[in-house]
Design a protein around this ligand. Structure first.
Ligand code: ACO
Length: 155
């Protein structure tokens, strides 16, 4: 499977401020995120590593032929004690720009994050989603496992 001509996929950088903050609005409230706050988040993502070659935070973007961010999603790698100090990948904040949905960009992004998780040594990747997205994630090869629960602290 490949991206449409001219599209590419890569690790997010500070230059993706407009694109990421805009595309994420299809997912949830982004709020007023200042450029300096975004830069500080990207610096944090880049600074936290599970070892010399592997990042803990892997925010990824798909760009179109004119360099606009059209999709974003993250793989966060958790180092655990169980499973012999195994690594688990958490897939988070998947969003495809509204006018780009239905072009298999979401599927491509998820498969890219699986590859990253496998290459990083994760023994599994997991995510939480709304019931309305179960069909999409099943198409991406995931299976329902367990129940999501939450307690909210004001947001
Ligand atoms: N329910 C059932 N099937 C779906 C859905 C859905 N909600 N969305 C897509 N599909 C199917 C498609 O029809 C396609 O099937 P096919 O291969 O048989 O043709 C397959 O899944 C792949 O679809 P894509 O074209 O790759 O999907 P898209 O690029 O539109 O991305 C996504 C799907 C990410 C859900 C997108 O619609 C989106 O950004 N929605 C709003 C934000 C959102 O809900 N994000 C997920 C949050 S959960 C999380 O972040 C862990």
């Amino acid at each position: 499977m490949s991206l449409p001509a001219g599209y590419s996929i890569r690790r997010a950088t500070k230059s993706d401020y407009d694109g990421i903050t805009s595309v994420l609005k299809v997912l949830t409230t982004v709020g007023n995120v200042k450029k300096e706050d975004f830069d500080s988040v990207v610096e944090h993502w880049d600074s936290v590593k599970i070892d010399v070659s592997r990042h803990m935070y892997n925010c990824t973007v798909i760009t179109n032929e004119i360099g606009e961010v059209v999709a974003t999603g993250s793989l966060i790698i958790e180092r655990k004690v169980i499973h012999e100090c195994g690594l688990v990948g958490h897939i988070e904040d998947i969003a495809v720009r509204e006018d780009q949905q239905g072009k298999k960009l979401g599927l491509f992004l998820i498969q890219y994050l699986y590859k990253l998780a496998k290459e990083s040594g994760c023994y599994k990747a997991i995510l939480d989603c709304d019931e309305k997205n179960v069909g999409f994630y099943e198409k991406c090869g995931l299976q329902k496992a367990g129940v999501e629960m939450q307690i909210r602290f004001g947001r």
